[in-house]
Structures are given as C-alpha cells and as structure tokens.
Design a protein around this ligand. Structure first.
Ligand SMILES: C[S@@+](CC[C@H](N)C(=O)[O-])C[C@H]1O[C@@H](n2cnc3c(N)ncnc32)[C@H](O)[C@@H]1O
Length: 466
C-alpha cells in the first residue's frame, strides 16, 4: 500500500549559478509543492535548472523543472513540475526508486523490431481482421450516433434490436474468423505463440479496449487474470460497454465455451455441495467442514447455502491470495446471512497455496476438512507446483472426505481466443496428467468429471480409510 502521508524534503533549486534553499513536499504523482526559504520571492513562472537533495545518503539531482505559482498555502507558494525527464514522485517518495515517466520508451527499438519476426500469413490475417473490425466498428458507431438523441429507454430498445440483428451476425463473423485463426497458428511453438500474441494485441488494441471484459483481461489491474471482477462479468453474462460495438466485443468471449465452462463448473460444484446436505452430521454434532481453495468471491455459496439448516450444517474455510477477493467473499456470506437471518460459520485465509508448500504442520494451521474444492486455480500452477499442492490438500482431507479440483482440459475450444485476444494463458492438462498429480497418494479413489462443454474437468477424489 502506498503511504499517502505528506512527505517533505529539504532541497536546493538551481537558477543559473544561484542555489535557492527550499522545502519541497509531495503534491501529486508528477508535481511537488514548494516553499522558498531564506526570503526568496517570485510570483512568476520560472524555470529552474535542477532540484538537488539528499536521499538515503545519496545526492539526487532532478530537473529542469518549472515553478508554477499558486495561492499561498501555509507558505507553499506553488508547484514544481518537470520539463524534460518527468519523474514519478510516487516511486521516489513511497517506493524509494527514481523512475521516469518516459522509462516505458526504453524498450521501444525492441518493441518496434518485433514485427520483423512475424509470419507473413499471420500478418495478412491480422491486417484483414483489422480492416474488417474497422468496418464493423464504424458502422455500429454510425448507427449509435443516429439514435443518440433519443430517451434512455428508447435508446436501450433500439440498441437491443441492433444487437439481436446485425450484432448477432457480427458475433458469427467473429466465430468464423476464430475458426480461420486456428489454421494460421496451428504449427506455432510456444515461443511463436507468445511473439505472435503480443503482435496481435498491439494491432487490435483499440478494438480490445472497447470491450470491458477484454480491457480487464489485458490490463490485469490486480496483476493476474481471473480476478473477481472478471469472474463477475463471466457469471453475469450480460452485454456491457459504452457502445453497441463495445457491448458485442464484451459479450462474444463471455459466450465462448471457456466462459460457459466457468458458469457450468460453478453449477457443478454447487450441485456436489448440495448433495452434502443429505449427509448426517458427525456423532459429536460437528459441522461438515468445507475448504474452498482460491475461493475468489465464492459466488457458488449463494446456490449452496439456501436455508437456516444449511447455515447450521456447514463450516466454510475460504482461502485466497487476494485480499480484495476475500473481502468480496465476506460480503457474499454477509448477504446470505442477511437474507436467511442466520449466521454462517466461515473462516478466511488470506494466503497463497505456495505458502502451503512450506508449511510442515498444515493441519494445525488450516485444520482438516470433509470436503475440499478448488475452481480456477490449478490452471495457473506448473506441474511440479500443482502436484505438491494436490498432495498437501489430500493430507488435510479427513478419512472418508472428498476433493473436487478443477482444471481446463487441453481441448478447451477457447484456448487460442483466450491467449491471443484476452492475454489469458493457462496450464492445460489431459485426464492422465491430472490424475497423475495424485499418483502417489495412499487410499485415493480418483475419477474425472466434465461439465457440459467438455472444456473443464474435475478431479474427484475420495480418501478411503484403507
Ligand atoms: C479464476 S479465479 C477463481 C475464483 C473462484 N474459485 C471461482 O471459480 O469463481 C482465481 C482465484 O485464484 C486466486 N489465486 C490465484 N493464485 C493463487 C494462489 N497461489 N494461492 C491462492 N489463491 C490464488 C486468485 O486470487 C483468484 O481469486
């Protein structure tokens, strides 16, 4: 977290050969507030050669910079902004780094030369697609402009009609282009996929940024694909966006098999957990203990905890590395409690499964469970990590307990759509790879389940006593 407390430095501003002592304070990411010391006065915009100060025993010189007078604020007479190299003051004050805004340009020659290593037929495919997308976007934008003056209700109605007619045809056009696409990239190695994916996204960037879903998957504001906002978009399955074209570009990937598989797997898990309701509680009246690993916002719990009896029956432990996702899970549970007027017993673990690998006495730290499930995690784990995590989870499963772990199957029909358009890369597995992750576990009875699209599989494991 960035500490937003005002941060001050004692410094000198250089004007020609004159050194003017100042106190400078963080004002914004790219400006400082400045107070002149030793009686210097100016109410004019003034260019200073440099600002010099000590930080961590080093002399820092940054500039040139422009003074911009402002109304006096407690002796601070105005702002300093940089005129050539623009320094990021967040990184200077809060992360102890000196970074320039222009640093992104450092790799420019490398980025520009990227295009020289692109397969000609891929270039041709991308150029044709770019042309076609421009034509479609232009047409949809032109129509949007024609009914822009209508009331909100009329606009909504007209747009819905457009979506259901020409919009649906556009989505079919995208399907066709994706079918063609598979043929263009079929022989690429992993490295070639990465290189061509990067080129593809640079070329199509403005189209991708029209879609709220593709914008988020590409920009990854929380640093990873599959955050809870992306998951919510998939679960909501709605037309979202600022224009008809944007709404279509948003909905198309959300209707694709991988997204449908995500919705299906949520239903499948809810169904499996629902079946636990018929189970008798243990002799000592202990609740059925369920662990969700990489729980995200735990939307599925809405479908599982539907009565006060369910609240009394289950104890949930929800684990996720992302604090925001856990907060959303907490809100989810609070919503259920409010609706049912009963308390849901739930613990929250803000941890990565990677720490689990380093923890010797895991049962002591996390407890033991009757049911463990995980959706949308193993697709991000390399085979050795996946194997180790699977083994650890099996260790904390009670005898007679069950585990359901999801992973996208190698045949996922949306794989290249996800990789090239969404920048969403996963570890895919075959049934054999998946079962093999638990090969060494004693007394494990394993089977593979698929949801309806066949893109997502679950390794279902029962831990028997023998
Ligand atoms: C694709 S989402 C799935 C969320 C939820 N299970 C669902 O299906 O709706 C992936 C979640 O895994 C979490 N995650 C990713 N890597 C993790 C790790 N190493 N340890 C714990 N959580 C992780 C992310 O924070 C994110 O909430």
């Amino acid at each position: 977290m960035i500490n937003r407390e005002p941060t001050k430095i004692m410094a000198h501003l250089w004007y020609g050969k004159d050194k003017i002592p100042v106190e400078a304070k963080y004002a914004s990411r790219f400006s400082l507030s400045v107070r002149f010391l030793n009686g210097y006065e100016t109410d004019q915009e003034t260019t200073f050669r440099k600002l010099v100060f000590e930080k961590n025993d080093n002399q820092v010189e940054i500039g040139p910079c422009q003074f911009m007078p402002e109304t006096d604020d407690d002796g601070y007479r105005g702002r300093l902004v940089f005129s050539r190299d623009v320094y990021d003051l967040n990184s200077l004050f809060f992360e102890n780094k000196l970074e320039k805004l222009q640093a992104e340009f450092f790799h420019l020659p490398l980025i520009l030369s990227h295009k020289d290593k692109i397969n000609p037929s891929f270039k041709e495919y991308t150029a044709n697609l770019t042309y076609d997308l421009n034509v479609y976007k232009n047409l949809f934008d032109t129509l949007d402009a024609r009914y822009a003056g209508e009331t909100e209700e009329i606009k909504k109605h007209v747009q819905a009609a457009l979506i259901e007619t020409e919009g649906r045809k556009f989505m079919k056009f995208l399907d066709q282009k994706l079918d063609e696409f598979e043929n263009v990239i079929i022989d690429f190695s992993r490295k070639e996929h990465e290189r061509h994916g990067y080129y593809f996204r640079r070329q199509l960037w403005s189209f991708l940024m029209c879609s709220p879903f593709m914008t988020r998957t590409n920009l990854k504001p929380r640093g990873y694909s599959g955050d809870s906002i992306m998951m919510k978009m998939i679960y909501n399955d709605k037309f979202e966006g600022d224009s008809t074209f944007g709404k279509l570009m948003h909905k198309h990937p959300i209707e694709h098999p991988a997204a449908q598989a995500v919705r299906n797997r949520r239903d499948l898990i809810a169904k499996i957990l629902g079946e636990l309701k018929a189970r008798k509680l243990k002799g000592n009246g202990q609740k059925i203990k369920i662990l969700s690993v990489a729980c995200g916002p735990a939307f599925e719990l809405q479908d599982v905890i539907t009565s006060t009896e369910d609240c009394a029956r289950f104890h949930f432990t929800l684990l996720d590395q992302d604090e925001n996702a856990l907060d959303e899970a907490r809100n989810q549970i609070a919503g259920i409690e409010k609706k049912l007027g009963a308390e849901v017993e739930a613990d929250y673990l803000n941890e990565s499964v990677r720490t689990l690998l380093k923890t010797a006495e895991l049962s002591k730290r996390w407890g033991n469970f009757d049911y463990i499930y995980s959706m949308g995690l193993f697709d991000y784990l390399t085979p050795p990590v996946a194997k180790a995590v699977m083994g650890k989870l099996y260790q904390i499963l009670n005898i007679g307990g069950e585990m359901a772990i999801g992973n996208f199957h190698i045949s996922n029909a949306s794989r290249y759509y996800m990789e090239y358009w969404l920048d969403w890369v996963l570890y895919y597995r075959t049934e054999h790879d998946f079962i093999d992750l638990l090969r060494n576990a004693q007394s494990a009875k394993s089977k593979i389940l698929f949801e309806d699209t066949g893109s997502q599989m679950f390794l279902h494991v029962t831990k028997s006593g023998k």
